[in-house]
Ligand binder design. Structure first.
Ligand code: TPP
Ligand code: MG
Length: 358
């Protein structure tokens, strides 16, 4: 027998878990303080998550999926994008969305069940949160096809979980993206869990990055707790997409430090000791250690930044809680440009009933 094809998957990391550089840093990180916007964005995401959980626990928000421990994935991928690229998120990308200009009030509103929270004033073309697992992948391929047909030189970034890569629609989207060389980057947030199902029970593949190979494009693995690595590899993938060379898959290896959502209790299916271990590798601590060492980041600066993020989150929560409720018929108003007749009838019936009930 002869070897007719050979593949390999590379792993990228710039900072180890102690925050020590293990490779020459990319240009955007040449001056340590240039990393402060990334650091702030990760802190803001963590603060937003904590508030969202508190609001849910007190009955003022619906079920919520926190990104605790995975802040570097969202912030890293979004900071690699240009404003005119399109983000097609799953449901754990609040770090990316906040970076892109989605407001905290919009995000609270969405998770509070208010459809206006998926209609962003800022990044108008970014897609809203997508809870049906993996269904955003074909959407992303479709957007990328439109960009290609129009010759726009933009890119789509599609965020997916590790569990999503076990789904047929994700393979279908990747297959089309490969064969049509679409300008799309699939970023897999490999947080090791799909609710209670561990990564090892989802797929026998050695890496998730290699799933790109079957679809005919490159896959790379990055340390998903190293925001520099995530940004650097996604930037390279976006440049490839824009140049017409086609898609890339970036697998960001991280860990879900929190419950799956506020409707979950992860202590029922995983060991606390495993989680404590993973806290040592978390992305914010890692970058803080680097900033302290390389940029003289002080305790005072740290406290001021935490205070500033907390105040911004509190103000957004107050604004969300102060929003007037939506009228009941709004449940019909955010899915279709033109309502199909059957739904138009239901909307009219609802309005009539609401009128009769005063
Ligand atoms: C099509 C579909 N099936 C099942 C669910 C229920 N569900 C919600 S999240 C989830 C696991 C997703 O795991 P992963 O893709 O790894 O994303 P993570 O939640 O870890 O970010 C499942 C099964 C769903 N939302 N959509
Ligand atoms: Mg997962």
């Amino acid at each position: 027998m002869t070897v007719i094809a050979k593949f390999e998957i590379n792993f990228s990391r710039f900072l180890d878990s102690e925050g020590r550089p293990v490779a020459a840093l990319p240009a955007f990180a040449a001056r340590p303080r240039d990393l402060l916007p990334l650091y702030r964005a990760m802190l803001l995401t963590r603060s937003f998550d904590a508030k969202a959980i508190a609001l849910q626990r007190t009955g003022r928000l619906g079920t919520y999926a926190s990104a605790l421990g995975q802040e570097a994935v969202g912030v890293g991928l979004a900071s690699a994008m240009r404003p005119d690229d399109v983000l097609v998120p799953a449901f754990r990308e609040q770090g990316a969305q906040l970076w892109r200009g989605v407001t905290m009030v919009e995000l609270f509103s969405f998770w509070g069940g208010d459809e206006r929270g998926g209609d962003y004033a800022g990044p108008r073309q970014d897609f809203p949160v997508c809870v049906p697992v993996g269904t955003n992948a074909p959407h992303a391929a479709g957007v990328a096809l439109a960009m290609k047909l129009r010759g726009e030189g933009r890119a789509v970034i599609c965020a997916l979980g590790d569990g999503a890569t076990s789904k047929g629609d994700v393979y279908e989207a990747m297959n089309l993206a490969g064969v049509w060389r679409l300008p799309v980057v699939f970023v897999i947030n490999n947080n090791q869990w799909a609710i209670s199902v561990p990564r090892s029970a989802q797929t026998a593949a050695e890496t998730l990055a290699q799933k790109a190979i079957a679809a005919g494009f490159p896959g790379v693995q990055v340390d998903g707790n190293d925001v520099i690595a995530v940004r650097h590899e996604v930037e390279a993938a976006i440049a490839r997409a824009r140049s017409g060379a086609g898609p890339t898959l970036v697998e960001a290896v991280t860990y879900r430090l929190g419950d799956h959502t506020t409707a979950d209790d992860a202590s029922r299916y995983r060991d606390d000791s495993q989680v404590s271990q993973r806290w040592r590798e978390e992305p914010i601590l890692r970058l803080r250690r680097y900033l302290t060492e390389a940029a003289g980041w002080t305790k005072q600066e740290e406290e001021a930044l935490i205070g500033e993020c907390g105040a911004a989150v509190d103000a957004a929560a107050d604004a969300y809680l102060g929003l007037p409720p939506q009228p009941p018929e709004s449940i019909f108003d955010h899915l279709y440009a033109t309502l199909p007749p059957s739904l138009a009838d239901q909307r009219a019936a609802l309005l009539q009933q609401a009128g009769e009930n005063g």
